[in-house]
Design a protein around this ligand. Structure first.
Ligand code: SAM
Length: 245
């Protein structure tokens, strides 16, 4: 199972960090096929123009439709998928989550369109819906200068779910957001450091007690830091022991 990813940007160098670490290794091993395209290669004027002033007035510039349709048509024509998923990073999209990362990791072909300035002419999204499954996605409720950082985050979150990318698949099961809770705190040697001891239960060798302690810490931490996640829990997600019964 291999995932193919194409990214279109006016700053292709931004994505160079995806050559490093686990994602870079996955690319070299052929688990992930990732290509970055310069949007300006799809322009035909001397200045390689990708933006123009907004209709209706206002500050900033808007990305012109023609370079986008040309770049995306080229990618579409090489796609192994009948209908690739086009992810359009946007602060006005649905917020990216671990559940969405799992969903994207199942796709054969992902295409990311990095906006800049005030974003891409809306007609590009309408046009693209005829050739792609189009999904505006936000990294969170704040505004970045461009889609590149959002795409790096999404590619990393999706890429590590592709089988073989993370050495020990068990590390994907016990982590924040995999069971609706934040992860428990972790410790390593030495057992005493700076006058602070590792919680005694972790040295006990009693697996049932350790599991219970970790689960309690997950619940405590989630309630303190992310009460919204607690209220999203279904009663069936809870263990009778979580409720102290
Ligand atoms: N005027 C736009 C708005 O208010 O919705 C913001 C444009 S922003 C300055 C330029 C580009 O950065 C966007 O087109 C998008 O690609 C990217 N971007 C900004 N914030 C983002 C976020 N939270 N998630 C994903 N992409 C984002």
């Amino acid at each position: 199972l291999k995932v193919r990813i194409d990214v279109v940007s006016i700053f292709p160098e931004y994505l160079a960090a995806l050559d490093l670490s686990l994602i870079g290794k996955a690319r070299r091993e052929g688990l992930l096929e990732l290509a970055v395209h310069d949007l300006r290669d799809s322009t035909h004027d001397r200045h390689r123009t990708v933006d123009d002033t907004p209709y209706g007035g206002g500050a900033g510039m808007v990305m012109k439709p023609q370079p986008w349709s040309e770049a995306l048509t080229n990618i579409r024509s090489q796609s192994p998928a009948p209908r690739p998923l086009l992810v359009v990073p946007s602060p006005a999209g649905a917020v990216f989550t671990q559940a969405m990362a799992y969903e994207l990791a199942e796709k054969e072909h992902l295409v990311f369109a990095c906006g800049r300035y005030e974003g891409i002419d809306e007609r590009v999204l309408e046009w693209a819906a005829e050739h792609f499954e189009v999904r505006p996605v936000s990294l969170g409720d704040y505004v970045l200068n461009g889609g590149e950082v959002a795409v790096m985050a999404m590619v990393e979150a999706v890429g590590r779910l592709v089988p073989g990318v993370v050495g020990n698949p068990e590390s994907l099961i016990e982590e924040s957001h995999s069971d609706g809770l934040l992860e428990y705190p972790v410790y390593t040697k030495p057992a005493a450091w700076d006058g602070r001891d590792v919680p005694e239960v972790l040295l006990s060798g009693n697996h049932a007690r350790i599991a219970r302690w970790r689960r309690d810490e997950q619940l405590r931490r989630t309630a303190a830091r992310r009460p919204d996640l607690i209220s999203d829990l279904a009663i069936d997600d809870l263990d009778p022991a979580d409720l102290g019964v």
